[in-house]
Design a protein around this ligand. Structure first.
Ligand code: HEC
Length: 108
């Protein structure tokens, strides 16, 4: 019984851990694209340059993680504010995933 309880406790973080990719695919890919390179047809609808939807664009490479996090929470231009749309536990995992995509696009 104690062993079972121990195993159950070990499983809790795995269940509670937010899945950055799942959140991204659900809430971000419509604009930024599944690969982070930006969705051109969405850019047309938003009447913006598709390049700003590319997470790997050079401008964002200069931003610190804190700056990107603030932008994600507060929004900027056509980027919606996610402060109230994301569960607090989902913020960092989805940001990490977006930053991973950006890194892959930049190739470093
Ligand atoms: C309605 C379209 C839209 C959705 C949905 C969206 N974004 Fe954005 N995002 C933008 C736009 C537009 C910008 C560029 C803002 C600017 O600087 O003009 C941006 C910028 C960013 C940036 C900063 C990088 C950069 O190049 O400026 C990050 C990081 C980011 N978004 C992450 C996310 C994440 C994570 C989600 C999902 C939780 C998300 N976005 C959902 C439109 C969107």
């Amino acid at each position: 019984m104690r062993k079972l309880l121990f195993a159950a406790i070990l499983c809790i973080p795995a269940i509670a851990a937010a899945d950055g990719k799942a959140t991204y695919d659900k809430m971000c890919a419509s604009c930024h694209g599944a690969d982070g390179k930006g969705n051109e047809s969405k850019a047309k609808i938003l009447k913006i340059d598709a390049a700003v939807l590319n997470l790997g664009r050079p401008e964002s490479a200069k931003m610190t993680r804190d700056e990107l996090r603030t932008q994600l929470l507060q929004g900027k231009n056509k980027m919606p504010a996610y402060e109230k749309k994301l569960q607090p536990a989902d913020v960092d995992p989805v940001l990490d995933y977006a930053m991973e995509l950006a890194k892959a696009i930049r190739g470093k």
